[in-house]
Design a protein. Structure first.
Length: 243
C-alpha cells in the first residue's frame, strides 16, 4: 500500500488518454449525470446534504494533498500556497456550496469549468499513474470543481449573467497582477506566469513567454463566452416569446 503514496513511484506512469485516463473521465461524466438525476427535484434538505458532502470531500482531499507534499518533503511556499486558480476554487467553492454565495459562484462557473476541465484533459501527473494517490487526488479535486459548478447551476438554479462574465474578467486580471508580484518576490510560478509547466499541457501549443500569457487571456475570454452562450440563447428565446 505504501508504494501508492510514494513520492518516487515505481508503478506505471500516467498515460494521457490511456485506459485509466479515459475511464476516469467517463466516470466523472456519469457522476455528474447521476448527481443531476438524483438531486434536481430533491427536497432542500437532501440538496443541502449533497452540497455539504461535496464541500467536505473537496476540502479533505486538498488537506490530504498538502499532507502528502509535506510528508514527501516537497511542501514549499513557492509551490503549495492556494494561489493557483483550482486550489483557490477548492476552498472558495466549498464555501459557496455551503452558503450559496453568488459572487463566488460566478468564478466557480467560469473559471472552474473553464480551468479545471482543461486540467482533467491534460493533468500534470507525470509518473503518477493509476492507482497512485496523486492520480486520485488530482481527478477528485478538478472533477469536483466542475461538478460543483454544474450542481449549483442545474440543481440549485443559479446562473451567470453578462455582468458576471465582465466581473470575472476584471477581477481575474487584478488577481493576475497580484500573483505576478508574488511570483517576483518569492521566485514562484503560480498561475504559470513565470514559465510553462514542466510537463505536457495545452500551454505547449502556445508561443513562448511572455506571449502565451496574452494568449491565455484571449482564450479565457473565448471560453467564458462559450460557457455563457447557453444562457444568452435562453435569454434571447425568452425575449422572442415575450415580444
Amino acid at each position: 500500500m505504501e508504494r501508492y503514496f510514494a513520492y518516487y513511484y515505481t508503478g506505471s506512469p500516467f498515460v494521457m488518454f490511456g485506459p485509466a485516463h479515459i475511464g476516469t473521465l467517463a466516470s466523472l461524466i456519469l457522476f455528474n449525470i447521476a448527481l443531476i438525476w438524483r438531486f434536481k427535484k430533491a427536497p432542500e434538505k437532501a440538496r443541502r446534504r449533497a452540497a455539504y458532502v461535496i464541500a467536505a470531500v473537496l476540502w479533505l482531499n486538498e488537506i490530504a494533498w498538502h499532507v502528502w507534499n509535506y510528508k514527501s518533503g516537497i511542501w514549499t511556499v513557492q509551490t503549495m500556497l492556494p494561489l493557483h486558480i483550482c486550489s483557490l476554487l477548492v476552498w472558495a467553492g466549498g464555501l459557496m456550496l455551503i452558503t450559496k454565495n453568488y459572487f463566488i459562484y460566478e468564478f466557480v462557473y467560469f473559471m472552474g469549468i473553464g480551468g479545471a476541465s482543461q486540467v482533467l484533459i491534460t493533468p500534470y501527473l507525470d509518473i503518477y499513474g493509476f492507482p497512485h494517490f496523486r492520480f486520485f487526488q488530482s481527478f477528485i479535486s478538478h472533477g469536483l470543481i466542475v461538478s460543483m459548478a454544474i450542481y449549483m447551476t442545474v440543481v440549485e438554479g443559479l446562473r451567470p449573467t453578462w455582468k458576471s462574465l465582465l466581473r470575472v474578467i476584471l477581477w481575474m486580471n487584478i488577481y493576475l497582477a497580484i500573483i505576478f508580484v508574488i511570483n517576483t518576490l518569492t521566485g514562484s510560478n503560480y498561475l504559470f506566469l513565470a514559465e510553462k509547466p514542466p510537463v505536457a499541457t495545452l500551454l505547449d501549443l502556445l508561443p513562448e513567454w511572455p506571449w502565451y500569457i496574452l494568449w491565455i487571456e484571449v482564450i479565457g475570454v473565448a471560453i467564458g463566452l462559450i460557457l455563457y452562450l447557453p444562457f444568452a440563447v435562453q435569454d434571447w428565446r425568452a425575449k422572442i416569446k415575450a415580444a
